[in-house]
Design a protein around this ligand. Sequence first.
Ligand code: ZN
Length: 138
Amino acid sequence: MKQIDHIGIAVNNMEASIARYEILLNTPCYKRETVESQGVETAFFKVGDSKIELLAATSPQSVIVSFIEKRGEGIHHIAFETDDLRKEAARMQNEGFRLLNEHPQPGADNKEILFLHPKDTGGVLVELCQTKPVQDPS
Ligand code: ZN
């Protein structure tokens, strides 16, 4: 693992939460992105080398809806940046960690992502992520 890439926070009201975090962090939201496959809208803030990712549901089936129903708004996941997502995922599986995704999924912020089962990580949803390689235009 290279570093904590970001901390994901589940919120009910994206507009109100962005306004609140802009004041709290004293920095503007630099990116908003919807990831349809995950049923989430995201908003990012830079905090040094790490980021805060606000997550709001885009549909009633979104995992964010069930998360907030069960636990209320709050920290949803911690994301660790890796140099090689597939290699790191294989290492984790060898160590007995279960993955929630069989294959890397498209994430926000130009990332591929995988989640580990929170039962194997002390109740914390852990995301592994890797920045997608720059596409060769040729
Ligand atoms: Zn994330």
